[in-house]
Write a protein that binds this ligand. Structure first.
Ligand code: PLP
Length: 421
């Protein structure tokens, strides 16, 4: 059979493959264990931490979508990241981008500094000289996130993979922001793809999950062994939900992307927007690379509000459709303030280095009618204009900001609260 398109692979995930009753939609195997065929003769499955038919269907589909030899479905995106790090020893160096997802940054820095699990080099891939910085440390693994969270910076995956192969380093790409519909890192030379399947892959904000897709069977087998050993494999129910969401991945992401293009056009003309971050804009520094390595610019965008940060509560509370919440990639439009939410685990200095300013706002654009989305944003901008005209309720807003900052500080300083975002 010729190679199938992503839309077909996703829509047919597990369809008409039920060996028991020919069910069109595959059943959910909630069992934790499986009967042996006879003493010392296990069947195909023996225990669901190791293998489960529902989870296997999801893994096979994701491996096919990313063009990999093997996929391992995990309980969360973070457990997928943790799993990939099992390939490192304390003498190895991991290179990470300075502007990755805050939770990944927290994992990398804490494992390196507090556990000495590996050595760490934080690199700005947008700055001249990244090649020599990386070559100097001879890393075992280079981690990429492109487009990056939350500034949508683009890294040239082919260029990094070419350097990595000369250094015999592995390249891991977090493809959460695009999904295999819009970018396939393994085809660009990467060794492992990571997803928080919580996001576009599932697409309905009703589970958390992750996956690692490996280019080679050998890497896949090693990481699958670690997944069972550590117990980080995904739950069967979550796999079932993710399979259901995955079937509409292609049409969802196309519509979300179309809506985003319109929202971005609106934002670029909005006087209360200081800067819009979207790789689809011709003046975005990564535009040409994004056009070369992606098949679309995606459905995430960010912008700096051109107003005092004290007015952020006015903006957020005026919204009726965009929901102020963590996460992204669901069919519903979400809005977030990276500095105090998704990237709160980065300290102020790291946020500054990553370019995350106090009035940066990130949008995950959904499938709602785009005119309604624009109207919603417009009336929130109007509310800010009005507050500026009236001098703003400075006392209230700065009090709520102070409370928020204390809350963030607690999560940064207390590593025991590490499950936060
Ligand atoms: C780019 C990226 N990678 C990884 C993760 C972690 O995924 P999860 O929240 O499913 O553990 C996230 C979560 O927001 C993310 O945005």
């Amino acid at each position: 059979m010729s190679k199938r398109h992503a839309a077909t692979i996703a829509a047919r995930a597990g369809i008409a493959k039920d060996p028991a009753f020919s069910a069109v939609t595959p059943p959910l195997y909630l069992t934790s264990t499986y009967e042996l065929t006879a003493f010392k003769q296990p069947g195909q499955y023996d225990y669901s931490r190791s293998n489960n038919p529902t989870r296997d269907l999801l893994a096979e589909t994701l491996a096919e979508l990313e063009g990999g030899a093997k996929a391992i479905v995990t309980s969360t995106g973070m457990s997928a990241c943790l799993l990939a790090l099992q390939l490192l020893t304390p003498d190895d160096t991991l290179v990470i981008p300075h502007d990755c997802y805050g939770g990944s940054y927290r994992l990398f820095t804490n494992l390196a500094q507090r556990k000495k699990a590996f050595k760490l080099l934080v690199v700005n891939f947008q700055q001249v000289g990244w090649q020599s910085q990386i070559s100097a440390v001879k890393p075992k693994m280079i981690w990429l996130e492109t487009p990056s969270n939350p500034l949508l910076q683009i890294t040239d995956v082919r260029a990094v993979c070419s350097l990595a192969s000369s250094l015999q380093a592995l390249v891991v790409v977090d493809n959460t922001f695009l999904s295999p519909v819009l970018q396939q890192p393994l085809a660009l030379g990467a060794d492992i793809v990571v997803h928080s399947t919580t996001k576009y892959i599932n697409g309905h904000s009703d589970i958390v999950g992750g996956v690692l897709v490996c280019k080679t069977q050998q890497l896949g087998d090693e990481l699958k062994w670690w997944a069972n050993c550590l117990g980080v494999t995904g739950a069967p129910f979550d796999s079932y939900m993710t399979l259901r969401g995955l079937r509409t991945l292609e049409p969802r992401i196309r519509l979300q992307q179309d809506n985003t293009a319109r929202v971005v056009e609106f934002l670029t003309k909005q006087p209360l927007v200081a800067k819009t971050y979207y790789p689809g804009l011709a003046d975005h520094p990564g535009h040409a690379i994004a056009a070369a390595q992606q098949t679309g610019f995606g459905a995430m965008c960010s912008f700096d509000l051109a107003a005092d940060a004290a007015l952020l509560p006015v903006f957020f509370s005026a919204l009726n459709i965009f929901t102020l919440a963590q996460s992204l990639g669901g069919i519903e439009s979400l809005i977030c303030h990276p500095g105090s939410m998704t990237h709160a685990s980065m300290d102020a200095e790291a946020q500054k280095t990553a370019g995350i300013g106090p009035t940066l706002i990130r949008l995950s654009v959904g499938i709602e009618n785009v005119n309604d989305l624009i109207t919603d944003l417009q009336q929130a901008f109007n509310a800010v204009s009005q507050a500026i005209a009236q001098g703003g309720d400075q006392q209230n807003t700065s009090r709520s900001q102070q409370k928020n900052e204390q809350h963030q500080q607690q999560f940064r300083l207390n590593p025991a609260l590490g499950a936060f975002w």
